[in-house]
Design a protein around this ligand. Structure first.
Ligand code: NI
Ligand code: MN
Length: 225
């Protein structure tokens, strides 16, 4: 399994030949101008919730590469009306895809579309493939529901928001890392806008002091599990 950071909360996850894009917000993100969305060739697009900074490029990428949108029922219905194919899920549900297993998990946040229409309830994803399991929390507060994750899966890595203000920040992400029983964390949802700028060195040191590893990947940077 390969994970590439595409900026903000956007990632490319490669499981064998399958390319999965998570929460594409690339063309409006000036920090991600080196990422060419027409070269992504996505098979699936996983969407945690309906906010603009998670769905901006869903329709474009889906139509460019004929990708299937996987999200909650409301978000999938929204994109199906735009001519995109989708796989609807809801919280607690698991589906066996051709690349592996996906569970739509709880998140504490909101989920309206940019036009104010209802985007269902926000979530995250547990993704299992190539004998690896990753947890993508989505935009969320620290929540007791995270304690359910290790009852279901032993994580290899987790992607947690660390930018604060709209989601949990670094201190709560450290507690979340305890709850999910995973010390290898990839941070997301930081630095894109003024409210969520973080001090990288200080954040990494806070994790390090708790014997945890916070990775703040550069845009385009990839890790292999
Ligand atoms: Ni959000
Ligand atoms: Mn967001």
């Amino acid at each position: 399994m390969k994970i590439t950071f595409l900026g903000h909360a956007s990632f490319l996850i490669e499981i064998e030949e399958t390319k999965i894009i998570v929460d594409p917000f690339i063309t409006p993100n000036p920090l991600a101008e080196d990422i060419n969305i027409s070269a992504l060739n996505a098979d699936y697009i996983l969407v945690t919730h309906a906010h603009e900074d998670h769905i901006a490029d869903v329709e474009k990428i889906a139509k460019l590469s004929d990708a299937v949108v996987v999200s909650n029922f409301e978000i999938v219905s929204y994109f199906e009306k735009l001519g995109v194919s989708g796989h609807p899920m809801n919280h607690g549900g698991t589906w066996e895809f051709d690349f592996g297993k996906v569970t739509y998990t709880n998140a504490v946040h909101s989920s309206s579309f940019p036009d104010g229409s209802y985007g269902g309830n926000p979530g995250g994803f547990l993704i299992e493939g190539e004998h690896k399991v990753i947890y993508i929390a989505g935009d969320t507060a620290l929540t007791m529901d995270m304690k359910l994750i290790p009852l279901k899966a032993k994580l290899d890595v987790a992607i947690l928001p660390v930018g604060d203000n709209f989601t949990m920040g670094v201190d709560d992400a450290i507690i979340a890392s305890d709850f999910i029983e995973c010390s290898k964390i990839i941070g997301c949802h930081f630095d894109t806008f003024g409210y969520i700028e973080i001090d990288h060195e200080a954040a990494i040191k806070k994790f390090y002091d708790k014997d945890k590893d916070l990775m703040l990947l550069k845009i385009g940077e990839q890790i292999q599990l």
